[in-house]
Ligand binder design. Sequence first.
Ligand code: NAI
Ligand code: MG
Length: 356
Amino acid sequence: EKYSIALLPGDGIGVDVVREGRKVLETISNIHGGYSFSFTEFDWSCEYYAKHGKMMPDDGLEILKNFDSIFLGAVGYPGVPDHVSLWGLLLPIRRQFEQYINLRPVKLLKGIQSPLAGKTSKDLDFIVIRENNEGEYSSIGGRMYEGTDMDMAIQNSVFTRKGVERVLRYAFNVAQKQGKRGHVTAATKSNGINHTMPFWDEYVEKISHEYPGISHDTVHIDALAAFFVSKPETMDVVVASNLFGDILTDLGAAIVGGLGIAPSANINPEKKYPSMFEPVHGSAPDIAGKGIANPLASIWCTSMMLDHLGQPESAKAIIDAMEDVLQEKEVLTPDLGGHSTTEQVGDYICEKLRAR
Ligand code: NAI
Ligand code: MG
């Protein structure tokens, strides 16, 4: 089997980390055989925007549609407002390709020290599922009375039956198939947000009846954020709306080693469209061009991609290689206390893959 992958390195360190991710995909497919990759790279980025006044060509989505997966580094760079880079590239891909699941594992890999070490008893290993297509990130709203003392802004949220049911079903399914404790925790805020969140809660109850073997609870987002720190070992599958999920997943990343290793997947579960894999981190202008960005987040993304493409053994081999390298602590980038470069870490992961 040959998988076609669209590479969107984007801006800043996105370029460096996607290069290493590609290397890992090539290496593992050579080792395991039976499948291979063809890569096509696109220079859509803030630099592209500076030249063309848009983040991607008008037929960009048409072009991407036929790939098996998309591998993105990061977009965003000083000089181009963040909402331009986001709404010009990332969000159209997520929405047009119905990547309504944003999947982020919160798993403490061997060799990583959690800032919560000593405070929690068990292994940290759970999964956060963020709704990725609607919710609070809608562009409905506007500014009024600018320049007067009545200056104001309104932003509406959109919660639909279709959108809510499908993300909840996905979460309960994950709890059923791969959850450790068969439990779903749904984030809410129905005390303060009195239309959309009670709507969300109602559907949590409704969908839960389709999964009698799975337990669930609904927790206000503020309390849930605290639980991520005070008792993260009680989490199994967490499901949240777009904004709440965005915040929770950065918090989740922070308790298992930080942005340098945190991966995410934007999934179209029906596989009608390509899914997109991207590190949680951004383009990191503060370290861009220095060659010291940690490629492990994007390498973890390649593992998630292989899982999605139906190559679970290769996916696991990459996690194992990452744990080897993290435990040895010989070849790590400065964010993890090491002195190595992005390229050295990528090469070393490949060496570990070959040695296994
Ligand atoms: P950022 O994630 O780029 O950087 C935050 C901090 O973490 C920086 O100190 C950076 O050096 C460090 N860091 C991030 N990734 C790292 C890695 N792989 N290795 C070592 N250190 C790493 O977030 P920031 O600074 O808020 O945003 C910078 C730009 O990236 C903005 O334009 C933002 O809009 C964009 N961005 C894009 C995202 C995407 O494309 N999905 C996601 C987040 C931010
Ligand atoms: Mg975020």
